[in-house]
Design a protein around this ligand. Structure first.
Ligand code: FES
Ligand code: FES
Length: 192
């Protein structure tokens, strides 16, 4: 039987603030479109079933699983990926700096999705409790870091505006770990 050619659609969206276009089939997932058509390989794909959260991006500011979203529905939308948190030539965001300070990642596979959920979450809940942070994180699987350091990083970053445009303030953030964090760090190094 003759195979019918797949119809291709041209999708135009704003990826991290820049208008981008690419062709895709009607069945193409947004995660694949972002990675393979637009080169946003910070979008990680784990389960492809909406379970692990690795593929999370924001669409019009709302965190969503890109593996459960068809690329064609991205037409005209604002899509942000982890690449947009620290565009080339800029400093890391306050959240990324906090993750680095707290050792809130090991292999980093889950990290882009967690960061994008946090970006949405901290916009909506700028001063979250630990319980709220843990509820938000329940939508993400991390297999190698454990969640304590991730929670600590998010709590520390909450309420800190992004300061990547000023080297002085970024330097301040680099060294601004609280006494509790320093104590945790010492105990971590003692455990190794
Ligand atoms: Fe999308 Fe796991 S790859 S939730
Ligand atoms: Fe490895 Fe989370 S840092 S899975």
């Amino acid at each position: 039987m003759k195979k019918l050619p797949h119809a291709l659609h041209t999708i135009t969206l704003r990826l991290n603030g820049i208008e981008r276009s690419g062709e895709c089939e009607p069945r193409t997932l947004l995660s694949d479109f972002l990675r393979y058509r637009l080169g946003a390989t910070g979008v990680h794909v784990g389960c492809e079933h909406g379970v692990c959260g690795a593929c999370t991006v924001t669409i019009d500011g709302v965190a969503q699983r890109s593996c459960l979203t068809l690329a064609v529905t991205g037409e005209g939308r604002d899509v942000n990926t982890v690449e947009g948190l620290a565009p080339a030539g800029k400093k890391l965001s306050a959240l990324q700096l906090a993750f680095r300070r707290h050792h809130a990642l090991q292999c980093g596979f889950c990290t882009p999705g967690i960061l994008m959920s946090c970006a949405d979450f901290l916009n909506r809940v700028p001063d979250p409790s630990e319980t709220q942070v843990r509820e938000m994180l329940s939508g993400h699987l991390c297999r190698c870091t454990g969640y304590s350091n991730i929670v600590a990083a998010i709590l520390e970053a909450a309420g800190i505006p992004d300061v990547e445009t000023t080297p002085e303030s970024a330097a301040t953030l680099e060294t601004a770990a609280s006494p509790e964090v320093e104590a945790q760090r010492s105990s971590n190094s003692a455990d190794v």
